[in-house]
Design a protein around this ligand. Structure first.
Ligand SMILES: CCCCCCc1ccc(Oc2ccc(Oc3cccc(O)n3)cc2)c(O)c1
Length: 254
C-alpha cells in the first residue's frame, strides 16, 4: 500500500476518461484517502456519480481555479476535515478552442491570459494554500505536455501555458523543498480525453507516435497513473523539480 492513509487532493476529474480519474483509481487502490475538486455545477453530477460509485464517502468540493475565494474555501474545508494534506494531483488546463488551432500569432490577449490563468497560475495559487496544511511534508504533481518544451503544431497558446507551468513547478520545488514538499510534473503522451477533443488534428499525432515513438505505441492513462502513484509515494522522496515523460519515449526524437 504505497500511499496508505495519505490524504491526497485530486483536482481535475471530469469524467471516466479523465487522466485525473485514472490517477485517482491508482491512488485509491494503493490506500490513499482521496478528496476531489470539480470545476462547477455542470460537472458536479457526473463527478459525484463517478466518485460515489468507486470511492464512496470521498469529499467533493467545488473549485473554479480562477476564483481565489473558492480556492481558499477548499483548503479551509480540508483543514477542518482532515487537518493535514500529503499530496495534490493538479490536472487542470484550459484554452479557448479558437486558440488551439490556426495561427498562434493571432492569439487574443484575453485568450492568452485565460490559458495562463487556468493552466499555469492555478498551480501556484493551489500550492500557496496547500503548503500551510502540508505540515508533514508532501508531494504536488501537475500534468504537462511536450508542446511546452518545443513547438507542436496547433498546441499554440497551451504550449506557452505549459512552458509557464513547467517553470512555475521548478520555482515552487525550490521554495517548498525546505518544508519537504516536492513539486513535479508528468509529461504524458497524447491520450483521448474530453480535453484532447479541443486540439486540432489530435488524431494525426497519435498515428505519428505509433510509427515513430521508441515503444511504437501511444500512452495509456494507466501508465500515467502509475507514475503519479510513484510521485505521491515515498519511492520518489528524492525527486523534486522534475518532469517525468510518460510518452513511449517520443520526446527524445528531434
Ligand atoms: C497538437 C497536439 C496534440 C497532442 C495534445 C495532447 C494534449 C491533449 C489534451 C491536453 O489538455 C488540454 C486541456 C484543455 C484544453 O483546452 C480545451 C479543451 C477542450 C475544449 C476547449 O475549448 N479547450 C486543451 C488541451 C493537453 O494539454 C495536451
Amino acid at each position: 500500500m504505497l500511499v496508505k492513509d495519505k490524504n491526497i487532493l485530486v483536482m481535475g476529474v471530469i469524467n471516466k476518461r479523465s487522466i485525473a480519474w485514472a490517477i485517482a483509481q491508482a491512488l485509491h487502490a494503493a490506500g490513499a484517502n482521496l478528496m476531489f475538486t470539480y470545476q462547477g455545477e455542470r460537472m458536479e453530477e457526473s463527478v459525484r456519480e463517478l466518485v460515489n460509485d468507486a470511492m464512496p464517502g470521498s469529499l467533493l468540493l467545488r473549485c473554479d481555479v480562477t476564483n481565489d475565494a473558492e480556492i481558499d474555501a477548499v483548503f479551509q474545508h480540508l483543514e477542518e476535515k482532515v487537518g493535514v494534506l500529503h499530496g495534490i494531483v493538479h490536472s487542470i488546463a484550459f484554452a479557448k478552442a479558437e486558440d488551439l488551432n490556426g495561427m498562434f500569432v493571432e492569439t487574443s490577449r484575453d485568450g492568452y491570459l485565460l490559458a495562463q490563468n487556468i493552466s499555469a497560475y492555478s498551480l501556484v495559487a493551489v500550492a500557496n494554500r496547500a503548503r500551510k496544511i502540508m505540515t508533514e511534508g508532501g508531494s504536488i504533481m501537475t500534468m504537462t505536455y511536450l508542446g511546452g518544451e518545443r513547438v507542436v503544431e496547433n498546441y499554440n497558446v497551451m504550449g506557452v501555458a505549459k512552458a509557464a507551468l513547467d517553470m512555475s513547478m521548478r520555482y515552487l520545488a525550490n521554495e517548498l523543498g525546505p518544508q519537504n514538499i516536492r513539486v513535479n510534473a508528468v509529461s504524458a503522451g497524447p491520450i483521448r480525453t474530453l480535453a484532447a477533443k479541443g486540439v486540432k488534428d489530435f488524431n494525426k499525432i497519435l498515428h505519428t507516435i505509433e510509427e515513430k515513438a521508441p515503444l511504437r505505441r501511444t500512452t495509456d492513462a494507466s501508465e500515467v497513473a502509475d507514475t503519479a502513484l510513484y510521485l505521491m509515494s515515498n519511492l520518489s522522496r528524492g525527486v523534486t523539480g522534475e518532469v517525468i515523460h510518460v510518452d513511449s519515449g517520443y520526446h527524445i526524437l528531434g
